[in-house]
Design a protein around this ligand. Structure first.
Ligand SMILES: Nc1ncnc2c1ncn2[C@@H]1O[C@H](COP(=O)(O)OP(=O)(O)OP(=O)(O)O)[C@@H](O)[C@H]1O
Ligand SMILES: [Mg+2]
Length: 362
């Protein structure tokens, strides 16, 4: 097995730059997720590893080998696509055997690999069927099986779950994660779904406009987003943002409809920033109803509830504070009244402070 390394990789189509100066080190055995909005260059990056796109600059290595100019078949990777790309006229067994046959794998070895993969994925009873006789989830398993039998150094997944319904997606998410844990094959997984990224990756690379904004373990990224883009992209409901000015003594964050004290834990960040414009980020779980037990310093904030989403275990309330709309995570037995004021509390130690001009974390 082997890691994957991007060194100053760029991709241009004519004058259009899609990826710029991409540096990324995927470790051996790692499950790396590339996540970002549509068009940010995730598939392009993945397809460059596979050899399906040429690089405009830089190099990609797999293990010790620079593979930038090798044809796809010599790169020792297996890719799973969003649309599964199964051969419709072949049985499932033939689909699984296809890549092995091209490599002239002996029949006995081929049988062993196919049966083993089918067993792992629970598709043994389906081996003699054709793809159209399978459900979406079963087809997805076959597509994964085809990657497994190849025993590649690297698995590449491009949004493999986006054609499945919500429940199946959650189930397959867990299966792919367990599979990678079992096989330990280095994996690069592309998705625009931040929940998939958070739950599956050892590390995630959050991308925007062809550049990595932040690379880190999921909780690291969640707890310390480096800029406003990452902060709003990771987490559901998304982080709330308030425009604020640092008070003359540096101890308050003041904005339309609120005035929040800077907690001791963040005082070092605002000192000397008198009058500076900030963006204050506040996750919905840190803006809760008055009376709940809270950690650390907190401050009151009165908002007007505009809409509620009862989820069973909790209630998401969408509420107004002057010209800002905020999401709150409330306990389910305290369903607030729509249109009424709600006394909330802000967990001050959990505030995220960003420079309003650069949108970078302070
Ligand atoms: N052959 C091409 N010619 C010109 N531009 C292209 C070509 N292929 C892709 N692009 C552009 O490159 C950018 C990145 O595309 P890419 O498919 O990598 O995005 P993505 O992050 O995978 O998005 P999605 O989540 O929608 O799949 C897009 O703006 C796309 O329009
Ligand atoms: Mg894509």
């Amino acid at each position: 097995m082997a890691g994957v390394n991007f060194k100053n990789v760029a991709k241009r189509y004519g004058d259009v730059s899609v990826i710029e100066g991409l540096n990324l080190d995927v470790r051996d055995h790692e499950f790396m997720v590339l996540v970002g909005p549509s068009g940010c260059g995730k598939s392009t990056a993945l397809r460059m590893i596979a050899g399906l796109e040429e690089l405009s600059a830089g190099d990609i290595s797999i293990g010790e080998r620079v593979v930038s100019t090798l044809p796809p078949k010599d790169r020792d990777v297996a890719m799973v696509f969003q649309n599964y790309a199964l051969y419709p006229h072949m049985t499932i067994r033939e689909n699984l055997e296809f890549g092995l046959r091209i490599r002239k794998t002996p029949q006995a070895e081929m049988d062993r690999l196919v049966n083993e993969a089918a067993e792992i994925l629970g598709i043994t009873p389906l081996l003699e069927r054709k793809p159209k006789q399978l459900s979406g989830g079963q087809r997805q398993r076959v597509a994964v099986g085809r990657a497994i039998v190849r025993q590649p150094s690297v698995f590449l997944f491009d949004e493999p779950l986006s054609n499945l319904d919500a429940k199946l997606r959650v189930q397959m998410r867990a299966e792919i994660k367990k599979l990678q844990h079992r096989l330990k094959t280095t994996t690069v997984y592309v998705t625009h779904d931040q929940v998939e990224a958070m739950t599956m990756g050892h590390r995630i690379a959050v991308m925007k406009d062809g550049k990595i904004q932040q690379l880190g373990a999921p909780l690291e990224v969640y707890e310390r987003p480096v800029n406003v883009f990452v902060a709003q992209f990771i987490g559901t409901p998304p982080m709330n943002f308030l425009k604020a000015t640092v008070s003359a003594d540096g101890r308050m964050l003041e904005g339309k409809g609120f005035s929040l004290p800077v907690p001791a834990s963040l005082a070092g960040l605002t000192v000397g920033r008198k009058g500076q414009q900030l963006v204050v980020g506040l996750r919905p779980e840190h803006l809760v109803e008055e009376g709940r037990a809270l950690r650390g310093e907190s401050a009151p904030l009165t908002v007007t509830v505009e809409m509620i989403e009862p989820l069973g275990d909790q209630v998401i309330a969408h509420a107004r504070l002057a010209d800002a709309l905020l999401a709150l995570k409330l306990e389910s037995h305290r369903v607030p009244e729509v249109g009424a004021p709600l006394s909330a509390r802000v967990e001050l130690d959990a505030l995220h402070l960003f420079d309003a001009a650069t949108e970078q974390r302070l």
